[in-house]
Design a protein around this ligand. Structure first.
Ligand SMILES: C[S@@+](CC[C@H](N)C(=O)[O-])C[C@H]1O[C@@H](n2cnc3c(N)ncnc32)[C@H](O)[C@@H]1O
Length: 269
């Protein structure tokens, strides 16, 4: 069966970069969820990495995962890579004294690293920003040494389903980022040439006091809508209000629910 690579709309990389540059200083206060998923990404590993001398963190952001990776046994070289220079500056600030080998400003879809030069690649919540996800996985495969470990987390298609449904009561425009489904993600890992693949997911439901609190948090994390098809400037106050009212109807005793489907992938080259 063929899988169309164009499942994801083309994402404007300049916008991603700009969005994370702007969020770089506020980001840390909004990242409870990212940290939780980053912790689970490491904790759920079937086997710990043996002889991971050279490790790459793709989409290092403010460096939470990079810090954790610096504890890996036998580590010699640790690279932090991100598309946003402002985020890389935060990685540096938050990993002071940990002997980070280098910070690399680059796109996960075009890694500026030699083939077969890395023992393990980790990535926490960066691949949802790649429109050519299979290419990004192929790049990871290329730079890994034989038997190297690939471990990543990303968001699956159920992410922000309540917000999407609330917007659907207003119009059909793309108001929320599109996330790829778990099966397609798994197929992309396979097609990129990996083996021993394990992909699993969990739905994490976070509750907010108001829909606005969720929207502000998404903005603070640099995760607001950047998909093409977004209704730039056309929604208007009325539409936004209607969306908020519909979302209010989903309130439970815990508050306004927002589902985040965390997809975890583990594979070997
Ligand atoms: C949600 S943050 C995750 C940060 C970090 N991994 C953590 O655990 O806190 C996503 C990061 O991925 C970066 N990013 C987005 N698209 C990227 C791409 N195509 N290549 C490299 N980094 C990218 C963003 O700049 C941002 O710093």
């Amino acid at each position: 069966m063929s899988v169309c690579r164009a499942v994801m709309p083309k994402i404007d990389k300049a916008l991603v970069q700009q969005s994370f540059d702007l969020a770089s200083t506020s980001y840390h206060q909004f990242t409870g969820l990212q940290r939780l998923i980053g912790d689970r990404l490491i904790d759920q590993q079937k086997e710990s990495v043996v002889e991971a001398l050279t490790v790459l963190d793709v989409g290092s952001g403010t460096g939470y995962l990079t810090r954790k990776l610096s504890q890996l046994k036998g580590l010699k070289h640790l690279y932090a890579l991100d598309i946003s220079t402002a985020m890389l500056n935060q990685t540096e600030l938050n990993t002071r004294g940990l002997n980070l080998t280098a910070r690399i400003c680059a796109d996960a879809e075009q890694l500026p690293l030699q083939s077969a030069s890395v023992d393990a690649i980790y990535s926490n919540l960066a691949y949802q920003w790649c429109s050519e996800l299979q290419q990004a996985f192929e790049e990871s495969n290329r730079v890994l040494r034989q038997h190297g470990l690939f471990a990543f987390s990303t968001f699956g298609e159920k992410t922000l389903i309540e917000l999407k449904n609330a917007w659907r009561s207003v119009d059909q425009a793309v108001h929320v980022n599109t996330f790829i489904d778990q099966q397609t993600i798994e197929r992309y890992v396979e097609r990129a040439g990996f083996s021993e693949i394990v992909v699993r997911s969990e739905d994490i439901v976070v509750h907010y006091q108001t829909p606005m609190q969720l929207m502000l948090e998404l903005k603070g994390m640099g995760a607001h809508n950047i998909n093409p098809g977004r209704n730039v400037g056309l929604t208007g106050v009325g539409g936004f209000k209607r969306m908020m009212q519909t979302y209010e109807l989903m309130r439970t005793e815990k508050g306004i629910p927002a589902t985040f489907q965390a997809v975890y992938g583990y594979a070997k080259k």
